[in-house]
Design a protein around this ligand. Structure first.
Ligand code: SF4
Length: 169
């Protein structure tokens, strides 16, 4: 494990957040809408979508929150508000580098900076991008906790897709 994964493993699920880029959504069929806080998914969205699957899995695993950000600055704002102890972030190389630096500039009041485990996109390009879902879930599960609803849990079985906002926490 990397140093950041070891730090992530030392946290509990409810101290972790997942940051996702909106470019992972299917651009032609996504019924989500953008608000000031990012992408808002309808609760009943049934698109075969990596964003929906990861959001449901993260929430079922007990994560503190998920942000489907429309840019690095929105993700950083979410981190500043939620103050997680650990972050699993999916992004392109450029956003990852800028985001990690920006998170490090957030004041922590003397507390350690959150652990940041990054999962790069497997297909970049700003629209209809791709990520290896298993890598994201492996990162979220570091420390060997089991999700309550399982990967891809149905929203009707305890995991809401987006309870009232793009950034959930
Ligand atoms: S789960 Fe969210 S991002 Fe994916 S298609 Fe549905 S509304 Fe769009």
């Amino acid at each position: 494990m990397t140093d950041e994964e070891i730090r992530l493993a030392a946290t509990t699920p409810d101290e972790r957040i997942l940051l996702l880029p909106h470019c992972l959504r299917p651009s032609k069929s996504c019924p989500g809408r953008f608000e000031r806080t990012g992408l808002v998914c309808p609760h009943d969205c049934r698109e075969p979508c990596v964003v929906g699957r990861l959001v449901r899995s993260a929430l079922a695993a007990g994560c503190k929150g998920v942000c489907i950000a429309a840019g690095g600055s929105m993700a950083v704002k979410y981190v500043a508000e939620v103050r997680p102890k650990a972050i699993v972030a999916v992004a392109c190389d450029k956003e990852l580098a800028e985001g990690v630096e920006a998170v490090k500039k957030i004041g922590t009041g003397g507390a350690p900076f959150p652990a940041i485990v990054v999962v790069p996109l497997s297909r970049d390009g700003c629209v209809d991008t791709e990520v290896d879902e298993s890598l994201v879930m492996d990162a979220l599960r570091v420390g060997s906790f089991e999700p309550r609803g399982g990967q891809g849990a149905d929203p009707g079985q305890g995991a809401r897709l987006t309870p009232g906002g793009a950034c959930i926490g």
